[in-house]
Design a protein around this ligand. Structure first.
Ligand code: NAP
Length: 280
């Protein structure tokens, strides 16, 4: 315990995606735990697509939180995570915690690339974020009254990104305990996208609808919005797999690591509505 406490005092953690949904909360939780945070996104000169920017970000740090932009299962993520993890280990930054996606088969290769680097790794596999409804591409549809998405009536255990961040920091400050382990995180309740939208509708007092569409039709919409065809095709494959019901079960990763229950979707909705999210 004393060792962990001492570690906490001195630990500098590189937080990739620090301006994004998970990274911003990881940075916040890490600072609250007394860690020194080195934010790493393009604003700080760190670019996943430019390996010459990696060493100066990593040097002299003790650990890193790795999230790959866009999608953890993309071919670029397999390459990028593997190469950066090897470089980090070479620089003595051995403790790496990576965000992955539960049920996404394409993400397994990225997890393997991390493990093969020789790092002291932990994989944090999360399910669909609650904050997908409040930050990111789904918000625009909701602000116009309709969410069009290829999730059918499947149930998801939406997880709050603040719980992901709390777990990442707990894992980082727990000494060796989570080294070489995969932690799976879900929220406490299964909800369909239709039910999730209905909860947002009730909390905001506005009429919001959910319209399920086939993944392929959704991919065509993405292409229409300028997403490159190969990227849209990749996302179609990911959605077809991920949203087939395989994630319709709860796991107790949050309770195991944090000793408390995960935040409920209703709490997220109440807070986001009070903050003015979804006001068209
Ligand atoms: N959405 C979900 O439900 C879900 C569930 C499980 C796992 N995941 C995984 O979570 C990851 C996304 O995490 P997130 O939602 O926290 O991220 P996010 O909110 O989409 O933010 C992306 C972050 O990456 C940075 N970034 C973008 N391009 C970059 C580049 N070329 N080099 C360096 N930084 C770059 C962005 O900052 P700048 O633009 O300032 O550089 C931003 O901080 C993906 O790997 C996804 O597969 C998502």
């Amino acid at each position: 315990m004393a060792d962990n406490a001492a570690n906490t005092q001195i630990m500098t953690v590189v937080v990739t995606g620090a301006s994004g949904r998970t990274g911003s909360r990881v940075a916040q939780a890490a600072r609250a735990a007394g860690l020194t945070v080195r934010a790493a996104s393009r604003a700080q000169g760190f670019d996943w697509e430019d390996p010459t920017t990696w060493a100066r970000t990593l040097r002299d740090a003790d650990a890193a939180y790795l999230m790959y932009p866009s999608d953890v299962g993309s071919p670029a993520a397999v390459e990028g995570i593997g190469a950066l993890a090897r470089e980090a280990v070479g620089l003595g930054v051995r403790r790496l915690v990576m965000l992955s996606a539960r049920g996404e088969e394409q993400a397994l290769a990225t997890e393997e690339a991390l493990k093969a680097s020789g790092a002291d790794w932990t994989v944090v596999r999360a399910t669909w974020f609650a904050q997908n409804f409040s930050e990111g591409p789904l918000v625009e549809g909701l602000s116009h009254g309709e969410l069009v998405f290829p999730a059918g009536e499947v149930k998801e255990p939406f997880v709050d990104v603040r719980d992901i961040a709390d777990v990442v920091v707990a894992v980082l400050t727990a000494g060796e305990r989570y080294v070489g382990r995969t932690v799976e995180l879900t929220g406490p309740r299964l909800l369909s996208f239709r039910e999730a939208v209905a909860e947002i509708s009730a909390a905001t007092g506005t009429k919001l609808t959910y319209t399920p569409v086939p993944a392929r039709a959704y991919g065509e919409t993405l292409t229409g919005f300028g997403v490159p065809p190969e990227e849209a095709e990749f996302l179609v494959e990911v959605f077809e797999g991920l949203l087939d019901g395989r994630n319709a079960h709860l796991t107790d990763g949050v309770r195991q690591v944090l000793g408390r229950e995960p935040r409920d979707f209703a709490d997220f909705v109440r807070e986001a509505a009070a903050a003015g999210t979804w006001k068209g």
